[in-house]
Design a protein. Structure first.
Length: 348
């Protein structure tokens, strides 16, 4: 099992430290450094900067938001980042959510599965450097009746096939991800509930005549280092409450729905009700410690090593760590503990 690092969103007061974290991950042998985007910093600019400041670690988008860019623009960006980084780019995609898609980008959040399938098809075609011709429900290239003509990408990526990942949570999206992608970007993944994600992914691979062999299962997990487990869990309460309570609307919160499928239906309902009513402290307090522990790495080297074995046994191939803490020292300690735990677990 390989390790990755997720820098999260740029611009949250950690900017000066993020490059130091990426460089330390590069030195420690981490496999990939991911960057995110929502409605602040864009991931492409961050990743170009990270690639320029590192030597060996891959850089990946977790995620490029599908409503933010045309598929041809995403293909251009992926090819450029792969060329600039010397073949170290991984393309992660996701539909985002209804609030961001419609509120920030002005793109209706309808038929996300069909939109994703068409988006990936166009990207694959563009990055293969064949002339781009496409007729679909969302995009027609070239536009009919005008001066447009079929064009092909002029940038040569280093690799023939840039790895393509999709962030997915719901069963149908997971199945399609298994069918279309080279890897999966997960969140709030618990080894004890691995089947919720892996069974649909496996079904999607089967549709394509494939298995999970060679498919990169890549969940992001928070890591907090110390001996006081309740206190470490408390440090992540606000984060979990934000996603389960405030990401999306009451009707469409994919993270909340995942928690319900994991058996936390009553707690997920309470968290969401409190959060949407403006009671964020109450929402955080309602997050069960058991849930935080199930989807995070908490403790010292030995305890984290035990959890890493569970992730590896569940089938995870790249475990991406999101170091908690607001100081550079805390984050670097988490990175180093991750490597030590992987070695202690016999997984390095």
């Amino acid at each position: 099992m390989r390790l990755g690092i997720n820098l999260g969103y740029w611009g949250l007061g950690l900017d000066a430290d993020n490059i130091a974290v990426a460089q330390e991950a590069d030195r420690l042998g981490y496999s990939v450094c991911w960057a995110a985007e929502a409605y602040g910093s864009d991931a492409a600019t961050v990743l170009s900067y990270v690639a320029a400041k590192t030597e060996r670690i891959d850089v990946g988008s977790a995620i490029f938001q599908i409503p933010a860019r045309t598929p041809a623009m995403t293909a251009m960006t992926a090819a450029t980042l792969d060329a600039l980084s010397g073949g170290r780019f991984r393309l992660g995609l996701g539909v985002s959510g209804p609030q961001v898609s419609e509120g920030w980008y002005g793109v209706r959040f309808d038929k996300p599965l069909a939109r994703t399938r068409e988006y990936v098809e166009i990207i694959r075609k563009a990055m293969s450097r064949e002339r781009l011709v496409h007729q679909g429900a969302n995009w027609t290239l070239p536009l009919p009746g005008g001066p447009g003509k079929p064009l092909k990408l002029t940038v040569h990526p280093v690799r023939e096939r840039i790895p393509l990942y999709i962030a997915a949570i719901g069963p149908k999206n997971l199945e399609q991800t298994g069918e279309l992608a080279d890897g999966w970007l997960g969140i709030f993944f618990s080894p004890e509930h691995a089947g919720l994600s892996l069974d649909p992914l496996r079904a999607g691979r089967a549709k394509a005549g494939l298995t999970l062999d060679g498919f990169d299962l890549c969940p992001t997990v928070n890591i907090a280092v110390g001996e006081d487990i309740p206190a470490l869990a408390d440090s992540l309460r606000d984060y979990v409450a934000l996603y389960l309570g405030g990401m999306g609307s009451k009707e469409k919160n994919f993270y909340n729905q995942l928690a319900r499928r994991m058996g936390y239906e009553q707690q997920a309902e309470e968290i969401q009700q409190r959060y949407l009513a403006g009671d964020k402290p109450g929402a955080a307090a309602a997050v069960p410690q058991e849930l935080i522990d199930a989807v995070s790495l908490l403790g010292g080297t030995e305890r984290i090593a035990d959890r890493m074995r569970a992730y590896a046994d569940a089938g995870v191939t790249t475990l991406t760590l999101a170091p908690s803490g607001w100081t550079l020292e805390e984050r670097i300690t988490a990175l180093r503990t991750g490597v030590a735990a992987l070695e202690h677990a016999g997984l390095a």
